[in-house]
Design a protein around this ligand. Structure first.
Ligand code: MLT
Length: 411
């Protein structure tokens, strides 16, 4: 008899974004003539930059000729892409990393979800609340938690509430934790951490021999000069942190799939008996066993992000989305809503109308303004009473969506 992984049965409802899609579908089935504007899932809307498309075309053509055809590539990624990553994303910020500390992959969702596999089942996991749901759900699936309580908090996880009172920044745990998920710029709140805040986390992790899983998928949206883009800008971080980076939000690769994860060779975990274990080697073992590499054309396309034209075109894309963020933030603020985020991140985090739960607000917005956002409670119990709007729409839809909210929904 095959036994199911019963840890899956602890998961609350469906994964957040398919659940939203299901509710929107039900609404559109019942109201087929209504024009819905989607500012829910953080999916880009603007096409890939021309430099990326040109490179993609050329690489596809190479695959069609015997002399340039390629089969399996290195599971960790082609050297030409990793060299560009090292030079542009790290050396340019005075961070030195080795070639074999970078693992190219098909997404930060997969990597941030899979990484927990290389850590023991009885580690205590700390997550910001609210947080990107993948961090929690993958640990539930792996059996690191008990059941969820009525607020949706899983037994055994250490939650770090991020509220207005602490500027949406998680506070250092008051008990020992082993693995800490941090995401800056933050999804969903849009909060950012300065070097002092990050240094406190690195110091904590070094002292407790904990590991920080640092999700930097939105670093390209940082506009303020003094905010670090990488955890490795912080002294000591290479001994305690893994970093996730993605081309999805930076260069429009949500449908194309390319990302990378940095696992420094200085990062050690320990066996129960206290013997040091090189985490880079474990991740390499996992990656090469379970993954066969990102396709050659996609890696060539990603490499074009670092060309002069690519960089300029990517900057243009980011400016476009950040102008959307400004429009959302300013329009909703002037309409009387309490709004944060959207300054160094493509997400706006707003309070729901007085007394409304996140899902009630979702339903009201859908029914009356025909706008889709993401209920804050979907990111964790402390997200209750909040709502996230994405700046990744096109300009016309973004302007129309906020005009509808201003005209139809009272704060
Ligand atoms: C989000 O909306 O939070 C993101 O699109 C999720 C993701 O990147 O997987």
């Amino acid at each position: 008899m095959a036994l199911a992984n019963e840890h899956y049965l602890k998961l609350k409802a469906g994964y957040l974004f398919p659940e939203i899609a299901r509710r929107v579908q039900a609404f559109t089935d019942a109201n087929p003539d209504v024009e819905i504007i989607r500012l829910g899932i953080g999916d880009v809307t603007q096409p890939l930059p021309p430099a990326v498309i040109d490179a993609f075309h050329q690489a596809v053509s190479e695959m069609g000729k015997p002399e340039t055809f390629r089969g399996y590539g290195p599971e960790q990624g082609y050297q030409f892409l990793i060299d560009l990553i090292l030079a542009n994303d790290y050396e340019a910020r005075s961070v030195g990393l080795d070639f074999d500390e970078v693992f190219v992959s098909d997404g930060s969702k997969c990597d941030s979800g899979n990484i927990q596999e290389i850590f023991a089942a009885d580690n205590v996991i700390a997550v910001a609340d609210p947080a990107y749901p993948v961090y929690v759900d993958t640990n539930v699936m792996a059996g690191r938690t008990g059941e969820a309580d009525e607020k949706g908090r899983y037994a055994g996880l250490y939650y770090m509430p991020c509220t207005e009172a602490n500027d949406f920044l998680p506070e250092l745990p008051d008990r020992k934790v082993d693995i800490i998920y941090l995401c800056f710029p933050n999804n969903p709140t849009g909060a950012v951490a300065n070097a002092k805040v990050l240094q406190a986390w690195v110091d904590y992790a070094l002292e407790k021999r904990a590991v920080i899983l640092f999700d930097a998928a939105y670093e390209a949206y940082i506009t303020e000069e003094h905010i670090p883009h990488s955890i490795y800008e912080i002294p000591g971080a290479k001994e305690c942190a893994i970093e996730f980076r993605s081309f999805s939000k930076t260069a429009g690769f949500t449908g194309t799939r390319c990302a990378y994860t940095v696992v420094p060779k200085d990062l050690l975990a320990r066996t129960v008996s206290g013997k040091p274990v090189n985490i880079n080697q474990l991740w390499n073992r996992r990656h090469t066993t379970k993954f066969n590499g990102v396709s050659y054309p996609v890696q060539v396309a990603a490499a074009a992000v670092y060309s002069d034209e690519g960089k300029a075109q990517v900057q243009e894309l980011i400016r476009y989305y950040m102008e959307n963020a400004r429009i959302i933030r300013e329009t909703l603020t002037s309409a009387g809503f309490t709004v944060s985020g959207g300054l160094n991140a493509p997400y706006i985090w707003m309070k729901t109308s007085a007394g409304m739960s996140s899902w009630e607000f979702f339903d009201q917005l859908l029914a009356e303004a025909h706008v889709v956002g993401t209920p804050g409670s979907g990111f964790g119990p402390s997200g209750e009473g909040y709502f996230r709007l994405s700046a990744f729409g096109n300009r016309e839809n973004t302007e129309e969506a906020v005009a509808r909210i201003r005209n139809k929904i009272s704060p």
